[in-house]
Design a binder for this molecule. Structure first.
Ligand code: ATP
Length: 236
């Protein structure tokens, strides 16, 4: 059974539709890359999955159960966690405090275990655990945003524009961490403008253009026709 399924989902703001009739499934343990140019509707899609943008029609299923109208808070209980575009850390809290906030829904014992897991994944965060989030480099902030999301022990991590503004080395480090988490069983929905990097790690691909899906299928097929994919995503 799919962990997440979108069935002809349309969403938007007021009268305006940001995404129309989008369908895809994400199985347990898979990575799905959601690609497309600026304004294609990628962020709107993940914010809808998290329960922050209004569904206009269609359905959203988590574990085969209808979650279309489920409040955002409940979606965390269902195992969804977001790494938002621009990180959105609490800049005047320390690294450790940001992580603790991410684990608010968990017990103290879980918190300790999850902190150890995050620090094991990102030793740099352990070294900087008493530092304010604002004083971290861009790459370290992205690690912290991933770490904070992991503190709620998600089964599906939604990551928005991980590579934005980061040095290639930092993108590698963060993607390697996501790959490791995926090997441990975490499903990931990766929103990216960097098509090539996303294709390196994805199992499934969905390409959006002007709010509509123009390609949905295995990453293997997309890797074989990268030129076609780039024509959809607007990449060089
Ligand atoms: P980007 O990579 O630039 O973030 P995107 O693919 O994530 O692009 P969205 O941010 O989802 O695209 O935007 C899709 C459409 O929805 C755009 O036309 C955008 O202007 C519109 N939109 C996004 N957020 C809002 C909002 N809060 N209110 C009204 N319209 C919005």
């Amino acid at each position: 059974m799919a962990l997440l399924e979108l069935q002809n989902l349309s969403c938007g703001y007021g009268e305006m539709l940001a995404v129309s009739n989008l369908s895809f499934t994400l199985a347990e343990g898979e990575i799905l890359a959601l690609l497309g140019p600026n304004g294609a509707g990628k962020t709107s899609t993940i914010l809808t999955i998290m329960g922050h943008v209004q569904v206009k029609s269609g359905a959203l299923l988590i574990d085969g159960r209808d979650a279309t109208r489920l409040p955002a808070l409940k979606r965390t209980e269902f195992g969804l966690a977001l790494v938002p575009e621009g990180r959105r850390l609490f800049s005047d809290l320390t690294v450790s405090e940001n992580l603790t906030v991410g684990g608010y829904s968990r017990s103290r014992n879980d918190e300790k275990r999850n902190l150890t897991r995050v620090f094991d994944l990102f030793p740099r965060l352990f070294e900087r655990r008493t530092q304010l989030a604002a004083s971290l480099s861009g790459g370290e902030q992205q690690m912290l945003a991933i770490g904070r999301a992991l503190m709620s022990m998600p089964r599906l991590l939604l990551v928005d524009e991980l590579s934005l503004g980061l040095m290639p080395k930092m993108v590698d480090l963060c993607l390697d961490a996501l790959k490791r988490l995926n090997k441990e069983g975490l499903a990931i929905l990766l929103v990216e403008q960097n098509t090539s990097r996303a294709l390196d790690v994805a199992d499934q691909v969905c390409v959006l253009a002007s709010g509509r899906s123009v390609f949905t299928g295995p990453a293997e097929a997309a890797r074989k026709d990268v030129d076609l994919l780039h024509s959809y995503t607007g990449a060089a």
